[in-house]
Design a protein around this ligand. Structure first.
Ligand code: SF4
Ligand code: SF4
Length: 163
């Protein structure tokens, strides 16, 4: 994460110069889904048009009868983005139709964990530079993202290339 985006606040909290603009945002983070999946692109098995749904998240999709929109690949489930415009099948009329149960990757946006540099922020998010937010206020989301990261690390270390 860029150092200039960080500061230590009055009460000792680490703060980031980012604030979600919510309904005033000129660019929705979902439709089409922004480029924050780029972090996983170098990992052979993970495509940039797939949002992974963690095992513990799948149950929530089942309970809400939304699992039909998930795609199974090997033993994992994904939300598959539209090939042409990269929009998400859950993005309806300008909002997320599964907002309460959306995957960790979505909850954490615009934060993501880079394989080599750690916590990063997608600099294309219009909220970057728009106000200071305590990182601890995003802690739960970043924590969830760390689970995704661990899963990918696990996947990558088990990849076998064909000879
Ligand atoms: S996270 Fe960024 S892109 Fe998404 S609504 Fe907030 S400001 Fe906009
Ligand atoms: S699941 Fe919801 S939050 Fe995630 S990309 Fe789709 S519409 Fe956006």
């Amino acid at each position: 994460m860029q150092k200039s985006l960080l500061r230590v606040g009055d009460k000792g909290d680490i703060e980031i110069n980012w604030r979600c603009l919510r309904e005033k945002c000129p660019q929705s983070c979902c439709g089409p889904f922004s480029d924050h999946l780029k972090v996983y692109a170098p990992l052979k098995k993970i495509k940039r048009d797939e949002i992974i749904v963690l095992k513990e998240e799948i149950e929530r999709f089942k309970k809400n009868k939304m699992q039909a929109k998930l795609v199974k690949k090997d033993s994992d489930f994904y939300i598959k983005l539209n090939k042409k415009d990269r929009s998400c099948p859950f993005f309806k009329k300008g909002i997320c139709s599964c907002y309460q149960i959306r995957p960790a990757l979505c909850k954490a946006y615009p934060f993501y964990i880079d394989l080599f540099t750690g916590i990063n922020i997608d600099s294309t998010c219009p909220g970057v530079g728009k106000g200071w937010t305590k990182l601890r206020d995003r802690h739960a989301f970043i924590n969830a993202l760390a689970l995704v990261y661990l899963k990918h690390i696990n996947d990558v270390t088990h990849i076998q290339t064909k000879k």
